[in-house]
Write a protein that binds this ligand. Structure first.
Ligand code: SAH
Ligand code: SF4
Length: 347
C-alpha cells in the first residue's frame, strides 16, 4: 500500500490519519515485520488493525557471501516461492540488485533466469521488501543505519517492464520522503527492450533506464533475445532517444559479451554507430558462464580491444567487473529452485 491507501485503511478503522504515517515509517524506515513491533500505536488499535489487515514480509531463506564481499540473499515469499537479490558493497555505496518476478518470460538464450520461465509477478510489497530485509541484515551486521543501501538496480530475476504496475508502485514507495526516501538518481530499471514499457517508464516515473542491448544487428539480437522479434533495434533506439533525460536521468546500455557470438570488432564498430550522438554509457559485461547454456566468456584481450575501440569512437564505455561468481550471484546467474510450501500438519 502507498501512504494514501494506508490512510484510508486507518481512517476507516476509526483512527486519526497521522497513525498511517507512523505505520508507514515503521515499515519503510525501521523495517518492522509485525504490527506488534509498532509500540507507539495504541494496543487496542493494533489489535483491531490485525483483524482487518496483514503485514506479510519476505523471509531470508539463505545468505551467501562471496570472497569479493558480494552478498546473495535468497528470500521465501508467503506462498513459498523463492527469489534472489544481490548486494554489492563498494567504497562509499552499497547497491542492491532486486528481482521483479519469480522467473522470467523473455527467454533470453544466455540467461539462467530464463530457464525457469515465468512463475509469477512479484507484488510491489515483495519488490520493496527485498531492500528492507537487506537493510535490516546490514544494520544487524554493524553497518550504520538507518538505510545502509544507497542504490537499487532492478536487474535481478525478471523483466521489470513486464510487471510495470507493481514496479511503478514499488518505485513510488521507495522514493517516498516519509518512507525509504531513495533519490530517483539512485534507482535504475533495466529492460530487455519492451518498447511501450520504456515510454511509460519515461512518462510515469523519474528513475534511470538501462537497456540490455547485447547485439548490434536485428538478426543476431532476435536469436539471443526473442523480444527483438517484436521490437527491433530501430524501435528500441528510437525509444531511447525519446526517453526524457532531465533530472539526472540517463540511459545505460548493457552489452553482455559472448565469445565468438557478439564480441567481434565489427560488433564494436556497429555498437559505436548505434549509440553515436546519444548521451549514453555502455557497460560491457563479460559473459558469466552458466551450466548447460552454450555460451562462453570472451577472451580478456578481446574485451579490452572492444572497450578501447568504443572509447576511440568517443563512446563512454566501462567494463563491468564480474562479482559474486563463486556463489552464482553474478549477472544472469540468478535462479531459485521452485519449492513447495511446507505441508500443513493434518491437511
Ligand atoms: N530482465 C531485465 C533485468 C535483468 S538485468 C534485463 O534483461 O535487462 C540482467 C542483466 O544481465 C541483463 O543485462 C542481461 O543481459 C545480463 N545477463 C544475463 N545473463 C548473463 C550472463 N550469463 N552473463 C552476464 N550477463 C548476463
Ligand atoms: Fe529475463 Fe533479463 Fe534474463 Fe532476458 S536477461 S531472460 S529479460 S532476466
Amino acid at each position: 500500500m502507498n501512504l494514501a491507501e494506508l490512510e484510508a485503511v486507518v481512517t476507516a478503522a476509526g483512527e486519526k490519519r497521522f497513525r498511517a504515517q507512523q505505520i508507514f515509517r515503521w515499515m519503510h524506515q525501521r523495517y518492522a515485520r509485525s504490527l506488534e513491533e509498532m509500540t507507539d500505536l495504541p494496543k487496542a488499535f493494533r489489535e483491531k488493525l490485525a483483524t482487518q489487515a496483514t503485514l506479510t514480509t519476505l523471509e531470508i531463506d539463505l545468505t551467501q557471501r562471496s570472497s569479493d564481499g558480494t552478498l546473495k540473499f535468497r528470500f521465501r515469499a508467503a506462498d513459498g516461492k523463492q527469489i534472489e537479490s544481490v548486494c554489492m558493497p563498494d567504497e562509499d555505496r552499497r547497491t542492491l540488485c532486486v528481482s521483479t518476478q519469480v522467473g522470467c518470460a523473455m527467454g533470453c538464450a544466455f540467461c539462467r533466469t530464463a530457464t525457469m520461465g515465468l512463475v509469477r509477478n512479484l507484488s510491489a510489497g515483495e519488490i520493496v521488501e527485498q531492500a528492507h530485509r537487506v537493510n535490516a541484515f546490514l544494520i544487524a551486521e554493524g553497518v550504520p543505519g538507518p538505510r545502509p543501501l544507497t542504490n537499487l538496480v532492478f536487474m535481478g530475476m525478471g523483466e521489470p517492464l513486464h510487471n510495470f504496475d507493481n514496479v511503478k508502485r514499488a518505485l513510488e514507495i521507495l522514493e517516498h520522503a516519509q518512507g525509504p526516501n531513495f533519490s530517483n538518481r539512485h534507482l535504475t530499471v533495466s529492460t530487455s527492450g519492451l518498447v511501450p514499457g520504456i515510454a511509460r517508464l519515461g512518462e510515469e516515473t523519474d528513475v534511470k533506464l538501462a537497456i540490455s542491448l547485447n547485439a548490434t544487428t536485428d538478426e543476431q539480437r532476435e536469436k539471443l533475445m526473442p523480444v527483438g522479434k517484436k521490437w527491433n533495434l530501430a524501435a528500441l533506439m528510437q525509444a531511447c532517444r525519446d526517453f526524457p533525460t532531465r533530472q539526472g536521468r540517463h540511459v545505460t546500455f548493457e552489452y553482455v559479451m559472448l565469445a565468438g557470438v557478439n564480441d567481434s570488432l565489427d560488433d564494436a564498430k556497429r555498437l559505436a554507430k548505434l549509440v553515436r550522438g546519444l548521451p549514453v554509457k555502455v557497460n560491457l559485461i563479460p559473459y558469466n558462464a552458466n551450466p548447460g547454456l552454450p555460451f562462453g566468456a570472451p577472451d580478456p584481450a578481446r574485451v579490452k580491444e572492444f572497450h578501447d575501440l568504443l572509447v576511440g569512437q568517443k563512446v563512454e564505455a566501462f567494463t563491468r567487473k564480474s562479482r559474486g561468481q563463486d556463489i552464482a550471484a553474478a549477472c544472469g546467474q540468478l535462479v531459485a529452485p521452485v519449492v513447495k510450501p511446507p505441508e500443513v500438519a493434518g491437511s
